[in-house]
Design a binder for this molecule. Structure first.
Ligand code: ACO
Length: 315
């Protein structure tokens, strides 16, 4: 499977750390030194669907494909505007598509999970070209009264068009059940038969546990991926990690002993947009002309589950 083009879209509304300090007991210095985040984009009068449509259109244009070329749309999302229909179906009219569509919830590793599903559909002959997007609206289930979590998140959509060919060389996953470390419950509903349903709850996180898990497991996954392909850390041009926190990126980078140019980041402008961080970053690298043919990229994501996903790509 090969990546043929990239696209992304951010909401219009910019929320700076100073904006947050207007209604939370926080400040720019605390947020930026601990996370690297200076501002994030948040949905206001736009919708997640409109972001996904913009990102999808941009990816199809960048790939040079027309609507009739696309056999399937996959959208990684933790929670779209509707649980049903899938966002992957709702965006199709705006893109001129009439094909199979499904949403995938893999938490922050969702984009890599969607790539793996796309790879399987291509290998089975079910699809030849797919639009694979991530669209996330963390602003909808962050608790905006909880300064320890809401300052971290933003909204975004990004994605790729993939097709037959050589490029995505390996994709791997791992998970361990640690619900309490990072979790958001869906609303309980009103079934009269439900006994003791989990209460509706905003996203809860044990920040230091997430940090320890992310650094140790992302480093382990990258090291194992390199070893499996007989690559040294410097054989990889870019490590596109899930943009959760600048400190996590720096800790993984120093363990790998590679220079900062190989660890691109945009978290200072976007915040953590869950599974959308990696495709948005890939699109920015691609449009900046940095992803030259033949260059190697490792994707590494980590998140709720807890789970991780890693991909090795030759551009
Ligand atoms: N502004 C000011 N003070 C704050 C804020 C804030 N926004 N948030 C928390 N504090 C305070 C706390 O109340 C606490 O005060 P106290 O000492 O008086 O009790 C103090 O700062 C320290 O709080 P900690 O939670 O211990 O802060 P820590 O140094 O661990 O930093 C952080 C928190 C940045 C979240 C850190 O744990 C971290 O980076 N963890 C990684 C989590 C992450 O990246 N999650 C992303 C989502 S999950 C994912 O995408 C995989």
């Amino acid at each position: 499977m090969k990546i043929l083009g990239t696209g992304s879209a951010l909401p219009k509304k910019v929320v700076t750390n100073d904006d947050l300090a207007g209604f939370l007991e926080t400040n720019d210095e605390w947020i930026s030194t601990r996370t690297g985040i200076r501002e994030r984009r948040v949905l206001s009068d736009d919708t997640l669907q409109s972001l996904a449509e913009r990102a999808g259109k941009a990816a199809m244009e960048n790939a040079g494909v027309s609507p009739e070329d696309i056999d399937c749309v996959l959208v990684s999302t933790v929670q779209a505007e509707t649980m049903s229909p899938a966002l992957a179906c709702d965006i199709q009219p705006a893109l001129g598509l009439k094909c199979m569509g499904m949403d995938i919830n893999g938490g922050c590793t969702g984009f890599i999970a969607a790539l793996a599903v796309a790879e399987g559909l291509i290998a089975s002959g079910r699809a030849r070209k797919l639009l694979v997007l991530s669209a996330e609206a963390l602003s909808r289930f962050a608790d905006w009264t909880d300064r320890s979590t809401c300052v971290l998140f933003g909204d975004a959509a990004g994605g790729v068009v993939v097709g037959e060919g050589e490029g995505v060389e390996d994709i791997r996953f791992a998970s361990e059940p640690r619900h309490a470390v990072l979790c958001a419950h869906t609303p309980p509903g009103n079934s009269p038969f439900a006994i003791d349903p989990a209460p509706a709850q905003y996203l809860k996180m044990q920040g230091q546990e997430v940090y320890r898990f992310a650094v140790s497991h992302s480093f382990r996954d990258i090291r194992d991926m390199l070893a499996a392909h007989n690559l040294a850390p410097e054989d990889v041009d870019f490590y596109a990690l899930h943009q959760a926190n600048m400190r996590i990126l720096e800790a993984v980078r120093t363990r790998l002993k590679v220079d900062a140019e190989r660890f691109p980041h945009n978290i200072e402008r976007t915040g953590n947009t869950s599974s959308a961080t990696i495709p948005v970053l890939l699109d920015e690298l691609n449009r900046a002309g940095k992803l030259k043919p033949g260059c190697r990229v490792i994707l590494s994501a980590f998140g709720a589950g807890l789970c991780t996903g890693t991909a090795l790509i030759k551009w």
